[in-house]
Design a protein around this ligand. Structure first.
Ligand code: NAG
Ligand code: NAG
Ligand code: NAG
Ligand code: NAG
Ligand code: NAG
Length: 541
């Protein structure tokens, strides 16, 4: 970018912001979102491209950077991008989901102004409206540690991103029509790695060197398993937490989750398969990429290694083996473990049960029997202007009701600084993946059967990992502890995209009566306004 251009952008941004720390560096992005031809499975499809790319460009940042991302919507329909895992402290205004932001209308743009304050790790962004996620528009996010903060492993020779996910040959409008008609989606056609099918990507490594692979499941319907033929993976990071460095030969990555592993090229020089396959499905979808030694003697040896398929205990045991390294630094120099999450008394327990059912003859999904009904005005915006008739607080109960399913714009109230225990209870036969925007939480326990207060005796109150997306196995529960330290309107959702689209989500309104800029930023000056908020003023310059 030219210097004057940069200066203009900087002045624009500083005029918008009174809030972020001016000393922290700014990174500017201009993104043009278009339709374009892609051939992930050899047949031409309409993909959602960002600056002509599928997947979209990667965001590279360092802890505390300000990210200024101007998104031009060149699609013929409304569009928004959201950030899977960015904490966006005090700033749900930038979350880019239907409950927080008005859509960017066709031909218009919106500048997201985010700060990756006190955060490290691997995440991704994705298009949040309609069923756009089935067409692309996603990309990796990596937040590196600040230079003087120790990282608990040697700098790898290379740092690769693997965006893995299931994929349909049907386009996103046809998939959305299926859901709108009240039917469930068919089984996906394939898996993609970085937007490509079988052997579509090659990662070149030098013998004897170690590489970081940041693996995110950006798919729609299924957990995946990842393995490197002939190599092991050393797990080092999960969604911003440095983990105990366990070795795995196969790793499950459920919907919306991100993991960093180190792979050392310590085998005879040739090519090897990187394999991804669906978990808990029949049939099993598989796709591969190539790990290519720069001095390779030849193609990989067939067949690609098989992995676990329907085994649930295997996956549960692996999930439990993932621990926080208490002595490693996180985003700050002090050890992660200096926050003793297990010694703090929780002030509230929220139990959330997913369910499937039908309303007016159409397939729906619900949380505590409430199937989320998107309003015409973003909940956050309606809350700010005190516009009635959009949502009501307490419109979702704190506990499962096991009653009939109903539609509602569900918003749960919560107090800033509460310390909550949330138990995700899965009475269904399908694995669930739950994500909370604006937060990381400790996964203190998971097990089969029904959760009971006595289940707390099995909680890991010492070194559970802190993350933003947790799986819940079939007929099982997962429990988390979460300090409500981020005021805002935050989406809690299924990462199974058909389920979230058909109602398995709601909003948590974390409220501070202080109404102070110290706790939450005011509405951005460039906020888009729509629905019942059309024509309102944002705030004076
Ligand atoms: C976005 O890309 C389209 C197609 O290449 C182009 O027509 C349009 O001018 C671009 N818009 C911006 C804001 O760059
Ligand atoms: C659209 O981009 C222009 C040019 O950078 C910027 O001035 C404007 O604020 C952006 N619009 C929004 C709503 O962010
Ligand atoms: C935990 O982190 C420390 C500090 O960086 C490191 O020395 C140690 O090897 C790590 N332990 C494990 C088991 O990964
Ligand atoms: C999706 O495919 C249908 C035909 O099956 C077509 O009418 C529609 O325009 C396509 N949508 C996109 C976004 O390509
Ligand atoms: C937690 O609650 C227990 C029992 O009510 C009490 O004894 C203890 O002091 C509390 N701990 C903290 C840190 O507040």
């Amino acid at each position: 970018m030219a210097k004057t251009n940069l200066l203009v952008s900087l002045i624009f941004v500083l005029s918008l912001l009174c809030s972020s720390t001016a000393d922290d560096p700014y990174r500017f992005f201009t993104w043009n979102v278009t339709y374009g031809d892609i051939w992930p499975l050899g047949v031409k499809q309409q993909g959602i491209l960002i600056n002509g790319q599928f997947p979209g460009p990667q965001i590279e940042a360092v802890t505390n950077d300000n990210l200024i991302i101007n998104v031009y919507n060149s699609l013929p329909e409304p569009f928004l991008i959201s950030w899977n895992g960015l904490l966006q402290r005090k700033n749900s205004w930038q979350d880019g989901v239907y409950g927080t932001n008005c859509p960017i209308s066709p031909g218009n743009n919106f500048t997201y102004i985010l700060q990756v304050k006190d955060q490290i790790g691997s995440y991704f962004y994705f298009p949040s409206l309609a069923f756009h996620k089935a067409a692309g528009g996603f990309g990796g996010i990596r937040i590196l540690s600040r230079p003087l903060i120790p990282v608990p492993f040697d700098p790898p020779t290379g740092d690769f991103t693997l965006l893995v996910g299931d994929w349909y040959k049907a386009n996103h409008t046809d998939l959305k029509t299926t859901l709108d008609n009240g039917q469930m989606l068919p089984f996906p056609d394939s898996l993609l790695i970085n937007g490509r099918g079988w052997n579509g990507n090659t990662f070149t490594v030098q013998q004897g060197k170690t590489y970081r692979f940041r693996i995110s499941n950006v798919g729609l319907m299924n957990c995946v398993n990842i393995r490197f033929q002939g190599h092991t993976m050393l797990l080092v990071e999960v969604e911003g937490s440095h983990t105990l460095q366990n070795t795995y030969s196969a790793l499950d990555v459920c919907l919306g989750q991100s993991y960093s592993v180190l792979v050392t090229a310590n085998q005879p020089p040739r090519d090897y398969y990187i394999v991804s396959s669906t978990r808990f499905t029949n049939p099993v979808l598989t796709t591969t990429a190539i790990l290519h030694y720069s001095n390779s003697a030849g193609k990989p040896i067939d067949p690609p290694p098989g992995g676990p398929t329907i085994q649930i205990d295997w996956s549960l045991n692996q999930a439990r083996s993932i621990r926080w390294n208490l002595t490693a630094s996180g985003p700050r120099p002090n050890p992660q473990g200096s926050y003793h999450y297990g010694l703090i008394n929780t002030s509230r327990t929220i139990r959330l049960a997913n369910s499937a059912g039908s309303i007016n003859g159409k397939q729906r999904y619900a949380v505590n029997s409430v199937s989320f009904n998107p309003p015409d005005t973003p909940i956050k915006v309606a809350d700010y202007y005190k516009i009635g008739g959009v949502f009501s607080l307490g419109s979702i109960p704190d506990n499962p009701t096991f009653g009939g399913m109903y539609l509602q714009t569900s918003v749960m109230e919560a107090n800033f600084r509460d310390y909550v225990e949330i138990v995700f209870e899965n009475y269904e036969d399908v694995v669930q993946s739950w994500h909370i925007d604006g937060y990381a939480f400790w996964v203190v326990g998971m097990d089969g059967g029904q959760w009971l207060p006595a289940s707390r005796n099995s909680y890991n109150l010492r070194d559970a990992v802190s993350r933003c997306t947790v799986q819940v196995y079939p007929k099982s529960w997962s429990a988390i502890y979460m300090p409500l330290d981020n005021v805002g309107m935050w989406n809690i959702r299924s990462e199974n995209w058909a389920r979230q689209y058909l109602g398995q989500q709601f909003y948590l309104r974390v409220y501070s009566p202080a109404n102070s800029w110290r706790d939450e930023y005011p509405i951005p000056k460039n906020a888009l306004l729509c629905g019942k908020a059309s024509g309102r003023k944002t705030r004076p310059l």
